[in-house]
Design a protein around this ligand. Structure first.
Ligand code: FE
Ligand code: FE
Ligand code: ZN
Length: 401
């Protein structure tokens, strides 16, 4: 499944973040386990954590991502800073055992004049004291903009750290689009080249998450100032290509754009719509006339808009949709070719179907309807292609969860 989320405040606890993620259409989220600038952390509430686990299970969040504090610097020139960073990471990873299978992302650090090689050595040594074979969290090195003496602005530096750890399976990489662009990798003009370089130097199999951000500054600026999607120097076209890029298909995406919740909601919807378009093309390859079928459905048969509760439309969904084959279609895309025949038959030749569509249209004029948008199947796959198309085609008003 395609999981998208954004950075959320952890001030109201774990379960609150889960509900907040849901309210903006997310399937995951990123958060700080402690104050990002200071170091203190309150003890995790096991009941609150259990609630979040339930939400994650029910709503098929594949994982969540904790971000280490910015003050963590495992390659500081100061011994006490390194020791403090190690202590924080060890403690954070202990808490992350509450959410097995999740991710923990950190900035490799700034070597502050000691040189990249020494910095890499210090980071690797620290990780070898922290990572254990028993832990259930994957730790991620974030690609950085390379400002000052910051490590991680070159893929080679991350490779060197990955090479030095004792439990390489516990360590991966998180690609931050703003950082990579600021570091001088040309995401706009040569995405394939950048991913090719990543693959050659680090290996795409080590890539476990994406931070999806636009950048306030041009490629190579080494600045690290995030911008809303489409409002910065990377731009929507390049970001869309990246989201649709096959090597990144199965990764979770996290927005760290300067947004309030409503802005995140819009961006999540947009990014999901891009992916829905991809699915659209793939399915229409299976069935030559698929695209027409979808257009007819989305434009005419299907309601435009709104997902407020309404008994009427639920009845429509339960009774009329299955008889038109829509239910099967939306839930079993692998049966699409068979269904397509059925669907076209109904749509083009059956008077009954025409009459039903009229009924539906009349029904829709009466008021708000439920779109059942965002459903997932038992395994958590977002297989409801119909809904994904709808997501792409129509605007769902803000304020609905
Ligand atoms: Fe970061
Ligand atoms: Fe980031
Ligand atoms: Zn950043």
């Amino acid at each position: 499944m395609f999981a998208v989320g954004c950075h959320l405040s952890s001030s109201k606890g774990f379960a609150h973040m889960g509900r907040e993620a849901l309210s903006i259409g997310g399937d995951t989220f990123q958060f700080f386990l402690r104050n990002p600038r200071g170091g203190s952390a309150k003890e995790a509430d096991p009941q609150d954590a259990a609630l979040l686990r339930e939400i994650m299970k029910e709503h098929h969040f594949p994982l969540i991502l904790a971000h280490a504090p910015y003050t963590m610097n495992l390659c500081s020139a100061k011994e006490e800073v390194r020791a403090f960073g190690e202590e924080m990471m060890r403690d954070d990873l202990r808490r992350m055992e509450l959410f097995p299978g999740s991710l923990y992302n950190f900035h490799p650090g700034s070597h502050s004049g000691q040189g990249a090689e020494e910095g890499i050595r210090l980071i690797t040594e620290s990780l070898n004291r922290i990572l254990t074979s028993e832990m259930h969290t994957q730790v991620l090195l974030e690609t950085m903009a390379g400002k000052g003496s910051e490590l991680g602005g070159k893929f080679e530096e991350l490779r060197a750290i990955l090479d030095g750890v004792n439990f390489p399976e516990k360590l991966g990489v998180c690609l931050d689009t703003c950082h990579v662009h600021d570091a001088g990798y040309d995401l706009i003009g040569d995405l394939e080249g950048v991913l090719g370089t990543f693959d050659r130097v680090i290996g795409l199999d080590r890539l476990k998450a994406v931070h999806l951000n636009d950048s306030k500054n041009p490629c190579g600026s080494r600045k690290d100032r995030h911008e809303k999607l489409g409002e910065g120097c990377i731009g929507l076209d390049a970001l869309k290509r990246l989201v649709l890029s096959p090597p990144l298909r199965n990764l979770p995406f996290f927005l760290e754009t300067p947004n309030e919740l409503s802005g995140y909601r819009k961006e999540i919807r947009m990014v999901k719509a891009w992916r829905a378009g991809l699915r659209h093309r793939q399915v229409s390859e299976i069935a030559e006339e698929g695209e027409d079928g979808v257009r007819i459905l989305v434009d005419r048969v299907w309601p435009r808009g709104l997902r407020k509760e309404s008994a009427e439309i639920s009845a429509w969904w339960k009774e009329i949709a299955p008889s038109m084959g829509l239910w099967e279609w939306s839930h079993l895309p692998e049966r699409f070719p068979e269904f397509r025949e059925m669907y076209l038959q109904e749509l083009q030749h059956s008077e009954k179907a025409l009459k039903r569509r009229e009924e539906v249209r009349t029904l829709l004029k009466k008021g708000p309807v439920t779109l059942l948008y965002g459903d997932k199947d038992e395994e958590g796959n977002h297989v409801n292609v119909l809904e994904e198309w709808i997501l792409r085609e129509i605007e769902i008003p803000e304020g609905d969860s």
